[in-house]
Ligand binder design. Structure first.
Ligand code: RIB
Length: 308
């Protein structure tokens, strides 16, 4: 079983030709509300791939709450530990997606900041019964720390996707099994530039020196870099036509957790995660863009339809 402890947001999405510069107004296309949030997306990604997934999180007592919970349930995520908190808004993300598929995101965390140690205590049995615990940084970092320590004390595998970027305390880093930053997040975490692949390796080594056991740096269309203290390996990305990169990292993390919870090797898990990430960027939105297991199993045929 995979337990995701993290955020649940309603994404307010507008597509534009390009993301506006500071002070600029641009005309966009249609506006859509799409269930998102890094935690909920990763939980949905894993559940859509057939895993048994539980979500620990909070929504507000507003009109978004039922849509957000229903979306998780539709994809097969257990929401027994998702609370509706009175007098607070659900998490919201305002997202602009430009024609290249790149996006910019601003988040109002709302109820996500009600995911506290108390919530972890209520769900302690679920954490103890999990194989993999997956976390991100859209809930209070103190809760992330408590969850990492609780999960490690119970001998669980912990995956931390350090997004959005933040500096992290050494205790968190020493107790995480796999850290999955993108290059921007790695730069913030390590304090080292990540402009070239050599820079990324050096920044990654800083994280390994801080006690991280395994690191996967996601590099968008350039693939990803796996590092541990013995070796490093670069994986190329599958070439696809990106229309919206929202939740690509979440697709990757969810898929990684699924294969690792099934006892697959790290190479197999990364290849699977790259396929799931590649499929997600060819579709719009966060949770609706995440592929089903049956679609990923037909990946080679699907890839032929992506001739660039
Ligand atoms: O990773 C994509 C997600 O980031 C969006 O769904 C948005 O809610 C933000 O959390």
């Amino acid at each position: 079983m995979i337990t995701v402890i993290g955020s649940i947001n309603m994404d307010l999405v507008i597509h534009t030709e390009r993301i506006p510069r500071p002070g600029e107004t641009v005309l966009g296309n249609d506006f859509r509300q799409i269930p998102g949030g890094k935690g909920a997306n990763q939980a949905s990604a894993a559940a859509k791939l057939g895993a048994n997934v539980k979500m620990i999180g909070c929504v507000g007592d507003d009109a978004f709450a039922s849509t957000l919970i229903n979306s998780l349930n539709t994809y097969g995520v257990n929401t027994d530990h998702v609370s509706i908190v009175p007098d607070i808004a659900s998490g919201v993300a305002v997202i602009t997606v430009e024609q290249s598929g790149n996006n910019s995101i601003v988040i109002a965390p709302g109820a996500n900041y009600c995911v506290t140690d108390e919530k972890l205590k209520e769900a302690e049995d679920t954490i103890r019964n999990s194989d993999v615990i997956m976390l991100q940084l859209e809930i209070p970092v103190e809760t992330v720390k408590s969850a990492v320590l609780m999960a490690k004390a119970a001998g669980k595998k912990v995956i931390l996707n350090p997004a959005p970027a933040a500096k992290l305390d050494g205790e968190i880093l020493k107790n995480v099994d796999i850290l999955t930053p993108n290059e921007t997040e790695l730069e913030v975490l390590s304090g080292h530039s990540t402009d070239t692949i050599e820079d990324i390796r050096a920044a990654g080594q800083i994280m390994l020196n801080k006690g991280v056991k395994e690191l996967i740096v996601t590099l968008g269309s350039r693939g990803c870099l796996y590092m541990n203290n013995q070796m490093s390996k670069k994986f190329d990305a599958y070439k696809v036509k990106a229309v919206d990169t929202t939740a690509a990292g979440d697709a990757f993390n969810g898929a990684l957790a699924v294969y690792l919870s099934e006892g697959k090797t790290i190479d197999e898990a990364i290849d699977f995660a790259m396929k799931v990430g590649a499929m997600s960027v060819t579709r719009h939105g966060a949770q609706p863009s995440l592929p089903l297991l049956s679609e990923v199993l037909d990946f080679e045929n699907w890839l032929k339809t992506q001739s660039l």
